[in-house]
Design a protein around this ligand. Sequence first.
Ligand code: CMC
Length: 379
Amino acid sequence: RSGISFRPGLEGVPVTQSAICDIDGMQGRLAYRGYPIAELSAHSSFLETTYLLIWGDLPSPQQLRDFEAEVQMHRRVSFRVRDMMKCFPASGHPMDALQSSAASLGLFYSRRAIDDPKYVYNAVVRLIAKIPTMVAAFKLIRKGQDPIQPRDDLAYSANFLYMLTEREPDPLAARVLDRCLILHAEHSLNASTFSARVTASTLTDPYAVVASAVGTLAGPLHGGANEDVLAMLEEIGSPEHAGDYLDEAIASKRKVMGFGHREYRVKDPRAVILQGLAEELFARFGTDEMYDVAKALEAAAATRLGPKGIYPNVDFYSGLVYRKLGIPRDLFTPVFAISRVAGWLAHWREQLGANRIFRPSQIYTGAQNRTWIPSDERV
Ligand code: CMC
């Protein structure tokens, strides 16, 4: 009726105007607020990039110090949240634990003050500060251990690795993780960010916005792919099997995890940087035999998938980096979530700045004018 044609997956359909993130999928370019991703990942910190994404400009030195101090002050989570997490099944996926814990923050902090800049600032600080603590807490709680409290003398990423591995991390490891967080922080209207904007458009609280986005990120076609990539590389086992694996996957129309992107027709610029980070880690801490399998798969895919514009995406090399950092496989996607909270919150603010509730239409394809039949007359 509207005259607009149906586009499955909303492919190519603009659903908002945004000044946050710009992607050139043909040239393989990505910029946050106008700054190329390579520059940010080389020179910025995750918290500085978070500030940039959410408030639009790089912070002054004082603004950054204040933001870092506020985030540091709010890293701890209430014992009630920890106790709630103790009731989660140890076999549950950490993304489900994170979605529930993120939503639970809405129970503690007042709702519907979203017009108040102070409320917005505090909510941003709390979510950025507490999400890593909750991810690390569940890792220990599911083993029957008490979570480790954050350490005030450690910066954001170093503190997360400390809470996770129970050891003060090597500075290179902490910097590599910080760079990974910058790389994953934002990527325009991907599924989880769209989900965040839809939720935001109802004027609910930011904890619900983040919880809905975490649930969306968890799927294997989105953030969950990073976990599946390592499983796939292990299944391939050695570089010489990469070509056969690919042929078999293509013949049986199975997706190759960590390949392909709705936006990119070339190698994802984040995958290029992540591959470099993996190599830095391998040079320092020893290689990972799955890296050779990954490179062989990428080379084999160049001729088989490349002509269709299917190349490695952000998830292809990130698992190898995370594994070298000592992060367990089922925490790869929660680490992605820690970072993407920055983007989700930037879109939350932007959505509220020019809000109209999302309410798309549909094309009804079901039955018409049926008559109800009593159950004893149904066959
Ligand atoms: N392996 C093999 N073939 C593929 C792949 C792949 N990974 N991705 C796309 N194709 C093929 C697909 O079979 C289809 O071929 P045909 O036209 O012959 O039927 C064509 O390319 C278009 O695929 P599509 O699924 O319609 O494309 P899309 O834009 O809907 O999907 C995607 C994008 C990311 C969901 C998809 O590429 C995919 O499933 N990749 C594997 C999962 C993955 O790595 N996800 C992480 C995405 S990046 C990070 C994130 O979003 O979190």
